[in-house]
Design a protein around this ligand. Structure first.
Ligand SMILES: [Zn+2]
Length: 175
């Protein structure tokens, strides 16, 4: 199944995908996947050419990506006969599953973070000494800065909450 980035995935999905591949297989694998995103079907020789990597290196990356269900291949008899060409493409099904799983994790983390922001009150020092402290922490210090002793001010986190909400919303909308 062809994996057409622009048609099936938002920029955000492609971004998630590439970051994930960087973590799983390294930056060189990202180069290979970027070519595959544009070309749909490519032989390993062309991949080596386009990425500027050695053929051996490209093949090692491809087998690693194959193992992780990120790419797939088909064999084609060479026109000159005698050997086979390996034509590589992205594994649409495997990628969709991978991106979905990853997004699930990201969404869970964002929802937890949102809950934390909604359920807590925060305080800051007017002189900008430390970061934010929660209500409990502030109370422990009689609402005074632990560094300079200034009276803490309440911190408005509504912008953070709004940002988190929007990010969650956009991830939920994305297929
Ligand atoms: Zn202070």
């Amino acid at each position: 199944m062809a994996f057409i980035a622009s048609a099936q995935y938002s920029e955000e999905s492609v971004d998630v995908l590439l970051r994930l591949i960087a973590v799983l297989s390294g930056e060189d694998a990202v180069k290979v996947v970027k070519v595959l995103l544009n070309e749909k079907e490519v032989s390993d020789e062309v991949l080596a050419e386009k990425t500027g990597m050695r053929l051996n290196q490209v093949r090692r990356i491809l087998y690693d990506l194959l193992d992780k269900h990120i790419v797939t291949y088909r064999r084609e008899a060479s026109e000159r006969g005698g050997y086979h060409l390996y034509i590589w493409s992205l594994n649409g099904e495997g990628l969709r599953r991978m991106v979905k799983e990853r997004k699930g994790h990201v969404l869970n983390r964002l929802r937890e973070r949102l809950l934390y922001e909604q359920q807590n009150m925060f305080f800051v020092c007017p002189n900008g000494c430390n970061g934010r402290v929660t209500f409990d922490k502030a109370m422990d210090h009689q609402f005074k800065c632990s560094k300079c002793g200034a009276i803490l001010q309440s911190f408005d986190n509504s912008k953070i909450i709004e940002k988190l909400r929007l990010r969650i919303e956009s991830l939920e909308k994305d297929p």
